[in-house]
Ligand binder design. Structure first.
Ligand SMILES: *[C@@H]1O[C@H](CO)[C@@H](O)[C@H](O)[C@H]1NC(C)=O
Ligand SMILES: *[C@@H]1O[C@H](CO)[C@@H](O)[C@H](O)[C@H]1NC(C)=O
Length: 227
């Protein structure tokens, strides 16, 4: 069931048809479905006060010109804005390919999230975490949440999902386990069909970089870390 759901969501993310009235998606040279290089050199070392684990969207490249490591649409603006407000914060790029191989990628990404949380929580007793997932990365965080030991829940201060395919399926399936769900926020862009059955244009799935979506999420993460 979980596997089938993951596959359906994966196909949804990749296969949506753009209608005639939709804004055209600019040609960025990115082929949706291609893997993104996994970069262990971008894993931050040692401890920090706050760490934001980011699972990127399918084939989402980094904002290389800006030194981005977490994905140009969601992870890079979220991490840079949170860090600007909260200097003890940093990002962790979930080590997964974010390709069209959604089932294996989700497994790889979710295990990476759980392993990272366990290792950092043990090594850094006062570090706290935020979980951010975009598109396929939201699926990674849902899968990870099912495996995160309950003892670590107090260390996770917020979860923010952007363009979450589970949200399209309704409030029951998009829920996180009790104890985490209370700290979760969904960001679904107007018109995004991935997270809303009324959405019509894939274009809007790519609009999360807009301040109207990034800024409230940043405030939510910062406030949760401070509390
Ligand atoms: C889905 O989109 C419609 C139209 O924009 C909006 O009215 C509705 O509130 C959205 N539903 C959810 C669950 O976000
Ligand atoms: C915050 O995010 C926006 C995108 O919404 C980006 O343009 C801006 O550079 C970011 N600001 C900082 C301080 O990182």
């Amino acid at each position: 069931m979980q596997t089938q759901l993951t596959l359906q969501l994966g196909l949804l993310l990749i296969g949506l048809v753009t209608g005639q009235t939709c804004p055209e998606i600019p040609d960025t040279g990115v082929t949706i479905g291609d893997p993104v290089p996994i970069k262990p050199e971008n894993i931050p070392k040692g401890c920090s006060d706050y760490e934001i684990l980011v699972a990127r969207g399918t084939s989402e490249p980094d904002y290389v010109a800006g030194g981005g490591k977490f994905g140009i649409i969601v992870g890079d603006p979220v991490v840079s804005n949170v860090t600007a407000k909260l200097p003890g914060a940093r990002g962790y790029p979930v080590q997964y390919p974010a390709s069209s191989a959604v089932i294996t990628g989700t497994r790889q990404g979710s295990q990476d999230v759980v392993n990272r949380l366990k290792a950092q929580a043990a090594a850094c007793p006062s570090q706290t975490f935020a979980l951010v997932g975009y598109s396929q990365g939201a699926g990674v965080m849902h899968a990870a949440a099912d495996e995160i030991p309950k003892a670590l829940y107090p260390r996770i201060k917020s979860l923010v999902m952007f363009g979450d395919g589970y949200k399209r399926l309704g409030s029951t399936l998009s829920r996180f386990p009790s104890g985490l769900n209370e700290k979760a926020r969904q960001v679904c862009a107007t018109g995004d069909p991935v997270c809303n059955t009324s959405g019509e244009c894939t274009y809007y799935h790519l609009t999360y970089i807009r301040p109207e979506y990034i800024d409230p999420a940043v405030d939510f993460i910062v406030n949760a870390f401070k509390n």
